[in-house]
Design a protein around this ligand. Structure first.
Ligand code: GDP
Ligand code: IMO
Ligand code: MG
Length: 427
């Protein structure tokens, strides 16, 4: 029996509302899998009575009987993961079966210290604005083949040897390059052993688990973190994260072949936001941006930083639709636009008097382009209770149809508020 594999991917610069879309789709899924990133992510799920923010655990954890997988492509901060699990247990909400890939890499305290030191070293004008969760340095170690994997936490001898080697290098870097305090072996080793015993019951093989579910005809959801424009290859390099949030990342980060993927859904906000540094062509630094920030409560779910806000950028979104081979868009936060007199959509960029519609790969070009806008009427009606597409006022439907027309793919899910039931499904 052939199951169904569907990827939910961030179509912009992260924080598009992936968590809430995964939560809604997880109702009819058997497994939910995180495939990249780490605790830099903050995925919000609002049930009727409570708000949950998932950093490492998949956003399907609230459903009894589902399988939740932390894939090999994730970089795991064990302290954060154990805390998240404990918080859910205390609320009686750890209802899913959890599997953490033995091959996932471990974010160590020195990764976080180096992340912070590197940002400080780069100084103003060169900073990336990372979440300082140790993500970049951990992926660097993975690729340079000295990283510590989840399976190593359960093997005291291997852990000792790997940690000794790593600390020898990291402490030189921390003290001699960055002038920071070295980190003690004993402190980390004991901590890492205790993480190992806490996590041992969950350690497994993500690819095996996923294929078991698919083999029984089950439905597997792959939950991307960050967004396409933060992808290390396809995003606005170097202002990106160090992993592959794009749909292709799910194949590598979970252990599934590309021909097993049935559907890719890209989550996009009805406008754009970005946290951290880097070009953002449709950014509004004035009143419109402030209104979006306040109405959309655009403050980071992980770091609390105010998010930069601007209009929907269809040039960037088309790039994302192509890179991910997106079947449809989940458009979130449409309700936030209520009360805006004018709503703008960027359909092209302009540079040196020339209009073009492709997303440039060179960061220097992207920093110079000017957005070309199509202006649409706003609306005053509250759409938070709309249940179907037809319930939406005509002017709102026109906004969605314009996105479909420029994007060339259908909008198949619409978010009209942060709660579970404030979701319009069009399939
Ligand atoms: P993620 O990282 O992509 O999962 O997104 P975040 O959780 O970081 O940020 C999305 C924020 O928008 C959260 O506070 C959600 O509760 C909220 N949100 C998601 N969808 C909607 C929506 O349709 N309307 C409104 N008003 N808020 C939404
Ligand atoms: P979710 O999954 C928004 C941004 C950081 C910074 C850049 C690199 O909640 O959408 P990193 O710590 O990854 O090395 O930082 O990426 N960033 C995010 N922005 N949402 C996220 O996750 C992000 N994760 C990282 O702000 O600009
Ligand atoms: Mg987020």
């Amino acid at each position: 029996m052939k199951g169904k594999a569907e990827i939910v991917v961030g179509a912009q610069w992260g924080d598009e509302g992936k968590g809430r879309i995964v939560d809604v789709m997880a109702r009819n899924a058997d497994a939910v899998v995180r495939y990249q990133g780490g605790a830099n992510a903050g995925h919000t799920v609002m049930t009727d009575d409570e708000k949950y923010i998932f950093h490492l655990l998949p956003s399907g954890m609230l459903y009894p009987g589902k399988t939740c997988v932390v894939g090999n492509g994730v970089v795991v901060d064990p302290e954060q993961l154990i805390k998240e699990l404990r918080d859910l247990q205390e609320k009686g909400k750890d209802r899913a079966r959890l599997v953490i890939s033995k091959a996932a890499h471990v974010v160590m305290p020195y990764h976080k210290a180096i992340d912070t030191a590197e940002e400080k070293f780069r100084g103003r004008g060169h900073q990336i604005g990372t979440t300082q969760r140790g993500i970049g340095p951990c992926y660097v170690d993975k690729v340079s083949r000295i990283g510590i994997r989840i399976e190593d936490l359960a093997n005291p001898q291997v852990l000792r040897e790997k940690l000794q080697l790593n600390l020898e290098i990291k402490n030189l870097v921390l003290s001699r390059v960055y002038g920071e305090t070295p980190i003690s072996f004993d402190e980390i080793y004991d901590k890492a052993l205790s993480w190992g015993s806490d996590l041992a019951p969950y350690m497994g093989d993500s690819s095996l688990v996923i294929h078991e579910v698919l083999g029984k005809g089950g439905r597997v959801l792959f939950e991307g973190a960050q967004g396409t424009l933060l992808d290390v290859d396809h995003g606005t390099y170097p202002y990106v994260t160090s992993s592959h949030p794009v749909s292709g990342g799910a194949c590598i980060g979970a252990g599934i072949g590309p021909t097993r993927i049935d559907k890719v859904i890209g989550v996009a906000k009805a406008y754009c936001t970005r946290v951290g540094e880097g070009p953002f062509p449709t950014e509004e630094t004035g009143e419109a941006g402030n209104t979006l920030r306040e109405r959309g409560y655009e403050y980071g779910a992980t770091t609390g930083r105010p998010r930069r806000c601007g209009w929907l950028d269809m040039v960037a979104l088309r790039h994302s639709i192509r890179i991910n081979d997106m079947h449809g868009i989940a458009l979130t936060k449409l309700d936030v636009l209520q009360g805006m007199k004018e709503i703008k959509i960027c359909y092209a960029y302009e540079l040196n008097g020339k209009e073009f519609q492709h997303f440039p790969t060179e960061i220097a070009t992207l920093a110079k382009v000017r957005p070309c806008y199509k202006s649409l009427r706003g609306w005053e009606e509250d759409i938070g209770d709309c249940k179907t597409f037809e319930d939406l006022p005509q002017v709102v439907r026109e906004y969605i149809e314009t996105i479909e027309e420029i994007g060339g793919v259908p909008v198949i899910i619409i978010g009209v508020g942060p709660k579970r039931e404030q979701t319009i499904l069009r399939f």
